[in-house]
Unconditional design. Sequence first.
Length: 263
Amino acid sequence: MTIETVQWKQNMKDRVNRLYDDLAWLWPLWEDVEEYKKESKLFAELIKKYSNHTPSTLLDIGCGSGKFTFHLKRHFKITGIDVSESMLANAKNLNPDCEFVATDMRDFNLQRQFDSVFVNDSITYMTTRKELLATFRNAYKHLKAGGVMITFPDTTKETFVQNKTEISVARARSKPENLEVTFIENYYDPNPDDEAYEATFVFLIRENGKLKIEHDFHTCGLFKLNTWRELLKNTGFEVYEEGWPDDTKECPIFVCIKTGDTA
C-alpha cells in the first residue's frame, strides 16, 4: 500500500461519522429495505418520464447502505459511490450484483458518463454552497446529454424545525432476536445566520438485555430552497420540481435535465 493510498484512506475516514464507520452495522437494522420501495419506484418513473432517451444506467451518488440501490437496480444498471467504506460493505452485501466505488461526491471522477444520476439524501452533508455546487457539477459531468438527475433536500431553511427530536426502534426483519436498538435523533441549529445545523444521535443498544449507549454528532447543510434552485440552474440543468406521494415531505424532488455537454 502506497503512502498516497494510506493518506487517502485517512482523509476519507476523517470525513465519516460514527454511524457510517464503526456503528455502520446498525444501519441495516434501523429500517427494512422494503420501506424504500415506494420512493425508489417514484424516482425511476421520474427519470424515465423526463429523460430524452431510454435510460439504462444510473450513478447512485452517496448510495450509503444501498437500500435505494436495491430497488433502483430493477430499472437500471447501477454504479454506487460513497465516502464510507463501511457503508459500502453494507451496500455490497445487499447488492452483490452492483458496482461500488469508495470516493467523495465533492471531487470524484469515474471518467465515464451515465444515462441518469441519483443524488441520495447524503447530500445533506454538503455544508457550504461551494460543496453543494461541486456535487451538482460532478453529477452534471458524469451525466450524458439528455439525461436526468434526481435529488432532493431533507430540509431547508423554510422547513427546518428547531430542536426536533425523533425516537425509533430497530425494525428490520434481519434484526437478531437477542438485540434491541433504540435510535434517538435531535436536530438543532445553533446559528440561524449560517447554513448548517447539528444532528445528534444517541443509540441505546441492548444485547441480551445488557445496555450500551453510543452517540454520534453530525454537521449538515441547511440552505434556502431558492439556493438549491439557483445552484442547480447555475450548473446548467433544466430544473423541474415534483411532489412526494401523499405529500409526505415538504421539500420538492428536483428533476434536473442535462441539456448541454459542459458544466
